[in-house]
Design a protein around this ligand. Structure first.
Ligand SMILES: Nc1ncnc2c1ncn2[C@@H]1O[C@H](COP(=O)(O)OP(=O)(O)O)[C@@H](O)[C@H]1O
Ligand SMILES: [Mg+2]
Length: 220
């Protein structure tokens, strides 16, 4: 079982979009997938409620409406044959709350937007991961997804410069597109839209899932 935590202190960077698209991509591949929502806004669980029965099944756990002791017992609520646990997290997590969320993670996925404010906040967050949560790259895989990318913009180049200075793989650069909103309204991943307009985005997700799946094979 692999636990993938989608996290960044910054709000609005695409945590829910990435957690839900990842869950649906894995479920469509036949992987037994559970989506855990720790954000009190409950956006991932709302997304799951919109999902109709003909699409691949995803198990959902609304961890935000339980007390802390229950929250930490997430393992007990998992179906025994779970292959992937995808965790959507709230913004603004710091200190021990951040440590709690990444507890037991195999992979930490950090979405980041190309803006100087987001780049700066993400740099602080990654520093906290190393210094406060004591994340060791040999135990937990850290990776970055750049989100809402507009190629050839100054803010994207600023982000690329920042990322190239760090030893964390950038596993995808997702473009800005309304396809994500269209899919999310229906509780779908972008690959389930069945639209020619989303082919480029589907390819991005194929790469992300291959990368994570390959790593899963290596681990198991
Ligand atoms: N690549 C993208 N292109 C267009 N809109 C996006 C993209 N990624 C996220 N969004 C939109 O941006 C908003 C914030 O994204 P969300 O995933 O909810 O962020 P978070 O969970 O980090 O707060 C949502 O309305 C979402 O649909
Ligand atoms: Mg969210």
């Amino acid at each position: 079982m692999q636990r993938i935590v989608v996290i960044n202190m910054k709000g609005g960077c695409g945590k829910t979009t990435i957690a839900t698209n990842l869950a649906s991509a894995l479920a469509t591949m036949g992987r037994n997938t559970t989506l855990i929502d720790y954000d009190a806004q409950g956006s991932s669980m709302y997304w799951l409620k919109q999902r109709r029965g003909e699409y691949s099944e995803i198990n959902g756990i609304a961890a935000y409406d339980t007390n802390k002791a229950v929250t930490q017992s997430w393992r007990l609520q998992l179906p025994f044959d779970t292959e992937y646990v995808i965790v959507d997290t709230p913004a603004g997590l710091k200190g021990l709350d951040m440590v709690d969320q990444i507890n037991g993670a195999h992979t930490i996925l950090i979405p980041v937007l190309p803006s100087s404010i987001d780049t700066h906040a993400t740099a602080d967050f990654i520093r906290d991961l190393y210094l406060i949560a004591k994340v060791k790259p040999k135990n937990i895989r850290l990776c970055i997804i750049c989100n809402r990318v507009k190629a050839n913009t100054l803010s994207f180049h600023t982000l690329e410069n920042f990322l190239s200075a760090m030893d964390i793989p950038v596993i995808a650069k997702l473009r800005e597109t309304q396809n994500y909103n269209k899919a999310s309204e229906r509780g779908l991943g972008i690959h389930e839209l069945g639209s020619k307009a989303s082919e480029k985005d589907i390819e991005d997700w194929r790469q992300i899932v291959n990368w994570l799946d390959m790593e899963q094979q290596v681990q198991s």
